[in-house]
Design a protein around this ligand. Structure first.
Ligand code: PMP
Length: 305
């Protein structure tokens, strides 16, 4: 099945979509990106793009921080993406990767006096953390402070920090690394936000603890409030709270909602199958696959009904 990309204003078969070796973003990480899921609903034979608008709003906000000139509005970006998905005619779970990047082919570390462009491609992609529950370790790599590289923006170059944490965890036999803030509070996984459940309360690190403010995080906070009647506490989390949690789970576009069974060899009370986690996971998958009438405003159908 051919996949397509949208590059320099045109749809192109994915294998023909290339950029030059001198492109600024390749050398200095001067790009912002998104990850968007399309979730296949086999009963309705429909592909639903999840919270498309919110992903593009985050991209546009990030592009501003990197001093890029917006070429397209949020609604134009959404239209391009729906067209791209239709062209690719995939009938399975997909992943969409938009990138706003400094496109000048030239050297010199800076943000100013550079052209920028937008590309997006779509590929079939199933589970990312392909497991019932994840075993995690606390990383020796810390999240950067906002005045180092702002972690609330999905800046391509910053992801070397995340890659260090992920590979350290993998080489030590874990599935995911959990990074702390420079001061030592829990921040997030290398590609996911983190939630704890303790005595029936749901807790997650706050925006000011060096996290990427996840769209899945917001989805879960909303579902917990509306469907379970639980208000999530957004507050600094100490490392030791990870070891004492009843339940823990990770959220992210790629990882969906993945329960955590173990952190630094401490087995959690729930062992990865806690009841609040299980309820939220079931709700989350129903919502993203377009099975919940109350949340269809988050799901953009790709194909005509
Ligand atoms: N934190 C980091 C570092 C991430 O890369 C991601 C993935 N975008 C997330 C959290 C989760 O964000 P979202 O739910 O918007 O995918």
């Amino acid at each position: 099945m051919p996949s397509y990309a949208f590059l320099t204003g045109r749809f192109t078969p994915l294998e023909e979509a290339k950029i030059g070796i001198m492109t600024h973003a390749l050398h200095y990480g001067t790009a912002v990106f998104e990850g968007i899921r399309g979730n296949w609903n086999p009963e309705k034979k429909q592909l639903y793009l999840f919270r498309l608008k919110e992903h593009y709003q985050r991209l546009i906000n990030g592009a501003r921080v990197l001093k890029m000139q917006p070429k397209y509005s949020t609604s134009e970006l959404c239209d391009i993406t729906v067209q791209l998905a239709q062209k690719s005619s995939l009938r399975e779970d997909v992943y969409i990767r938009p990138l706003a990047y400094k496109s000048t082919e030239g050297m010199g570390v800076r943000l100013h006096n550079l052209d920028d462009d937008f590309l997006v491609f779509i590929i079939p992609w199933g589970a990312y953390l392909d497991m019932e529950s994840a075993r995690c370790s606390v990383s020796t790599w810390r999240r950067p402070a906002d005045n180092t590289i702002p972690p609330s923006v999905k800046i391509a170059g910053m992801y070397v920090n995340n890659a260090f944490a992920k590979t350290e965890a993998a080489e030590n036999g874990f599935d995911e690394g959990i990074m702390l803030t420079p001061e030592g509070h829990v921040a997030e996984g290398s590609g996911e936000n983190i939630f704890l459940v303790k005595n029936g309360r749901i807790i997650t690190p706050p925006v000011y603890n060096n996290i990427l403010v996840g769209i899945t995080r917001d989805t879960v906070i909303t579902l917990a409030r509306n469907e379970l009647g639980i208000e999530t506490e957004e507050r600094p989390v100490d490392r030791v709270e990870l070891y004492q949690a009843d339940e823990c789970f990770l959220t992210g576009t790629a990882a969906h909602l993945t329960p955590v069974s173990e952190i630094d060899h401490y087995r959690l009370n729930s062992n990865g199958a806690g009841s609040i986690t299980t309820q939220l996971k079931r709700l989350y998958f129903d919502v993203i696959q377009g099975r919940c009438p109350n949340y269809m405003h988050w799901c953009t159908p790709v194909y005509p009904d």
